[in-house]
Write a protein that binds this ligand. Structure first.
Ligand SMILES: Cc1cc2nc3c(=O)[nH]c(=O)nc-3n(C[C@H](O)[C@H](O)[C@H](O)COP(=O)(O)OP(=O)(O)OC[C@H]3O[C@@H](n4cnc5c(N)ncnc54)[C@H](O)[C@@H]3O)c2cc1C
Length: 506
């Protein structure tokens, strides 16, 4: 039976995060009739921004790798029609990140450019030139085994050759200098690394992209979502905001339509889910999923969540830094994720945003530290997000205040000029992330990549339901680059990889 009619979309995308939006644009550019359904009033998922005291803050994405001229993400965004519209600030060439440890005052730079990365670290490790050369060589070697990261159509066996390398085993073979190992992994908050589980490829693809080039989107990462939306509209596509999908209805094993919370039925020929796979399972008829698949998805470990403090600063009080600061309580950088609540914070990352009126000074700072969901679990029945604002309770507010004090006291040790110069602040917890992105337990990057699991914890874009594809951070890799690469893989299932790559790489 043909269920299509005039109002049937070629493509229905569930979730207007980066993965959903980019897939939607790519397919709309091919003349397909595309509709994106987003539960929130704002689009973008993790690309959302918010503001207070007239300052714009990123809720998640603070800096992006691979946006430089000729680099992978630059080419993808150029193809999507948004690259020339994005305003970017470049990070310091000699240090996109600075790595700090509690036991010493100095910070170690991680620099842009392969050669520069080595040269900038060499003064701190004068006897480690060979190790640094080897490190960069391995990062590139492994990156080259992920063909799409080089915008090349390869085959799965390339990845398989390096997918089971363990991060720390690989680093230990490169250098036995413990401090250098800690410096190279001191920004592991970028991929929520876990001792014994994190694969080297995750580290290599993420850090490698920032070594290629590091940028911030100004005034905030929501610009990416805004321009993708515009591009989607230019190609005849639609986004329905404030439209939560509560069921994907099937007939004879094929999805016919998405049922929304407000009672609409959106019919489509092909569906793309840009939501967490565990959330997707709840939307599907039980008999459409194989029990083994369900079990696999449900058993997958999630990455940790985070606490974030966003600070508006007294003008001209704190000097702008064009590097992020990653602070670790100990040399054992893997310890931070297993922090004991009484020892929190065990790590933090600090992002600066420049004051356009007073160049050279920061107008705001955002600080993130790992936080486990269980710390806020007692308030899990409360709900608060844009468009559905609710006050959780006094206890929760006091909890946030206590945590912010602890975090700031730790930060003052490195940045004493911050003390007394904070005009206003807002904090976010794992519950905030859960409610804003729909990710279970507010997990930072969704499913944990675990080298000990089959496929290291990645999921295929294809499902057993013939007209359902997956996209987004849970499929392959998180991050703006990782999710964009996955959007290519998802779209290529429908239009062909060689064809798509020939458009991106004319
Ligand atoms: C705190 C934090 C900091 C980060 N920092 C960086 C960074 O600096 N650089 C970087 O590159 N990456 C960063 N990341 C990672 C990056 O933001 C994400 O990997 C990426 O944006 C995820 O995109 P996505 O499309 O997979 O999903 P999401 O952005 O999670 O989008 C999913 C969308 O689906 C919607 N949705 C969910 N359920 C439904 C439903 N039932 N019906 C309709 N819609 C639904 C959600 O509302 C959401 O809009 C950060 C992430 C976090 C959490």
């Amino acid at each position: 039976m043909n269920l299509s009619n005039d109002s049937t979309y070629d493509i229905v995308v569930v979730g207007a995060g980066l993965g959903g939006l980019l897939s939607a644009v790519i397919l709309a550019k091919e003349g397909m009739k595309v509709c994106v359904l987003e539960k929130d009033k704002q689009i973008g998922g993790c690309l959302q921004t918010f503001s207070f005291n007239k300052k714009v803050f990123d809720s998640c994405v603070h800096y992006i790798g691979g946006l430089g001229e000729g680099h992978t993400l630059n080419k993808i965004f150029s193809y999507a029609g948004i690259m020339d519209k994005l305003a970017l600030t470049e990070y310091s060439e000699n240090a996109f990140d600075r790595i700090a440890f509690a036991d010493e005052d100095l910070t170690y730079p991680q620099a842009q450019g392969n050669r520069n990365f080595i040269e900038q670290l060499l003064p701190y490790f004068p006897y480690e030139r060979e190790s640094l050369e080897k490190y960069i060589q391995q990062v590139n070697y492994v990156g080259d085994h992920f063909p799409l990261y080089r915008l090349r159509n390869g085959n799965g066996s390339e990845k398989d050759a390096v997918s089971n390398w363990r991060l720390m085993d690989t680093l230990t073979k490169i250098t036995d200098n413990k401090r250098l190992q800690s410096v190279l992994t001191g920004n592991n908050l970028l991929y929520a690394g876990v001792r014994g589980k994190t694969p080297f490829f995750l580290h290599a693809l993420v850090i490698g992209s920032y070594i290629h080039s590091s940028h911030k989107v100004v005034p905030g990462s929501s610009q990416i979502a805004k321009f993708l939306w515009r591009e989607l509209q230019n190609n005849g596509g639609t986004i329905l905001k404030d439209t939560e999908v509560v069921q994907l209805s099937t007939k004879d094993g094929i999805i016919t339509h998405a049922c929304t919370k407000d009672g609409q039925n959106i019919y489509g020929k092909q569906f793309i889910a840009n939501i967490h796979p565990q959330v997707l399972l709840e939307l599907l008829d039980e008999n459409t999923i194989r029990p083994a698949y369900k079990k696999r998805i449900e058993s997958m470990e999630q990455t940790v969540s985070t606490f974030m403090s966003n600070l508006v600063l007294q003008p001209k009080s704190v000097k702008m830094q064009y590097s992020n600061l990653y602070w670790n309580a100990t040399d054992d950088v893997w310890q931070a994720i297993q922090y004991k609540p009484e020892e929190w914070p065990a790590n933090y990352i600090l992002f600066y945003t420049e004051d356009k009126q007073n160049k050279g000074y920061a107008e705001s700072i955002s600080i993130l530290s790992y936080m486990h969901y269980k710390e806020v679990q007692q308030w899990q029945d409360t709900y608060n997000r844009a468009g559905d604002e609710n006050y959780r309770c006094d206890e929760y507010e006091s909890f946030k205040q206590r945590k912010e004090e602890l975090l700031l006291n730790k930060v003052y040790e490195r940045l004493p000029e911050l003390k007394g110069n904070i005009i206003a602040s807002k904090t976010a917890t794992p519950l905030t992330y859960r409610d804003y992105t729909g990710t279970p337990e507010g997990s930072l990057y969704g499913i944990l990549k675990d080298v000990n699991r089959f496929g290291a914890g990645t999921i295929a874009t294809k499902t057993k339901i013939p007209n359902l594809l997956l996209t987004g951070q849970n499929v392959n890799l998180h991050g703006v680059l990782g999710v964009s690469i996955t959007a290519l893989a998802t779209s290529a299932e429908l239009i062909g990889m060689d064809y798509l790559l020939s458009k991106i790489n004319p």
